[in-house]
Write a protein that binds this ligand. Structure first.
Ligand code: 57M
Length: 359
């Protein structure tokens, strides 16, 4: 909105020329989202406490988690609110990709909100059924994928990291591929959100990485130099990524160990879908498996644990899945698990950025 209101005034106030620059608006979108979370955080925590939206802790979890019972959850409402307000404030509102990213984020937040509400407010221990949640996620992801493919000049070739020559064109099949990326990312972040700050930290790292990808992908000269896909208009999505990272930092202020608030499914499902949607828009879809490699590792630990359990009638690979619980049960203090997982996330993000040159 500010772009439309203030940039046109640059002819009389030259300083307003700065509003044309994506870099400037990305920085301030990030700071705006951070400040909204930072300022509203205490009020939201207090409101959730009064509404008794406190986390129920399942007995079968690690003993150390029992003391977390009652921690306010559904803090993802604050994250999503901050991202939407900041994005609307700082982006070019005629950009279709921005609206697609907001639609996916808001839609997945709504699914998570219903699940949290049923579980935490209506005290229905299971919330939405796993199948029901997956159907809703898939439908929304298919709509997101279709909108992306329908965007003028969108290229339905899939980018294969490191292999410049190999880039298969999926045509309309790209909608299914995009939906898989979005739903997969959403659920992987959800599984990871099991320790204080464990999901939001890598989300900030991934959002910052895709902020860079979106900027270079939307810059015709840099995209040409790097020999990556040029996606006209994807630069504005860097501002959305900046808002994601800023809101994440603001939320981390309160979700840091010992957490005063959890994000809930409303946060984890929406943040994952936001990263998946941005990965599709910037044509760095498969690379998300590296940028968000920590989320992939956590999801795979569950898949292998459940698969092995079924194959061996009760055998376990890990002491408990997802992987963060395995290290907790090995005796690592929670903060040590969290920070070491953040370190891995940073290393994977740096590796993913190197693929822009290694082609
Ligand atoms: C999402 N939710 C956390 C919080 C957060 C198939 C199976 C692997 C599913 C998985 C599961 O239930 N996943 C759901 C993870 C939960 O966090 C809430 O959920 C929101 C995210 N969706 O925002 O509201 C608990 O995580 C802890 N937490 C923190 N700090 C945070 O900032 O400490 C969360 C955020 C919270 C709190 O204790 O209650 C979760 O862990 O459920 N199931 C599991 O992950 C369970 N694993 C398991 O059963 N493993 C089995 C099989 C099935 C693989 C095995 O290894 O044999 C573990 N989680 C729980 N109990 N709660 C262990 C058992």
């Amino acid at each position: 909105m500010l772009y439309h209101l203030l940039y046109p005034l640059h002819t009389s106030i030259s300083a307003f020329n700065v509003f044309r620059y994506i870099t400037f608006r990305t920085i301030y979108a990030s700071l705006t989202a951070f400040l909204i979370c930072f300022v509203l955080g205490p009020w939201v925590i207090e409101r959730l406490r009064r509404m008794q939206v406190g986390q129920y802790i399942r007995e079968e979890g690690p003993e150390s988690h029992q003391k977390k019972a009652g921690t306010p959850t559904m803090g993802g409402t604050l994250i999503v609110f901050s991202v939407i307000v900041s994005t609307l404030l700082w982006t070019d509102l005629t950009n279709l990709y921005v609206w697609i990213a907001l639609l996916a984020t808001g839609g997945f937040a709504a699914i998570g909100f219903v699940d949290d509400y049923l579980m935490q407010v209506k005290k229905r221990s299971k919330g939405l059924s796993a199948r029901g949640k997956l159907v809703l996620q898939t439908l929304l992801a298919l709509i997101t994928g279709t909108l992306v493919v329908l965007t003028p000049d969108f290229d339905t070739h899939v980018t294969i990291p490191f292999l410049k020559q190999l880039s298969p064109d999926l045509g309309w099949g790209y909608v299914l591929f995009a939906a898989f990326v979005v739903v997969g990312a959403s659920n992987a972040v959800n599984l990871t959100d099991g320790l204080d700050g464990l999901a939001i930290g890598p989300t900030i790292i991934a959002a910052t990485t895709y902020m860079i990808f979106a900027y270079v992908t939307g810059h015709v000269k840099i995209a040409d130099y790097l020999q990556i896909n040029y996606v006209a208009g994807s630069g504005e999505v860097a501002i959305f990524c900046g808002a994601l990272a800023g809101a994440g930092l603001g939320f981390l202020w309160f979700n840091a160990y010992p957490a005063q608030i959890f994000m809930g499914d409303v946060g984890s499902l929406s943040l994952g879908s936001a990263l998946g949607t941005v990965a599709v828009i910037t044509k760095q879809e498969i690379l998300l498996a590296l940028v968000g490699g920590l989320f992939v590792i956590e999801a795979l630990s569950v898949i292998f644990q459940v698969g092995f359990f079924k194959m061996t009638n009760g055998g376990r690979i890990f002491r408990m899945a997802p992987l963060h619980h395995h290290f907790e049960l090995k005796g690592w203090p929670e903060p040590k698990v969290i920070v070491r997982f953040w370190i891995i996330a940073i290393a994977l993000a740096l590796l993913s950025m190197s693929t822009l040159k290694l082609r």
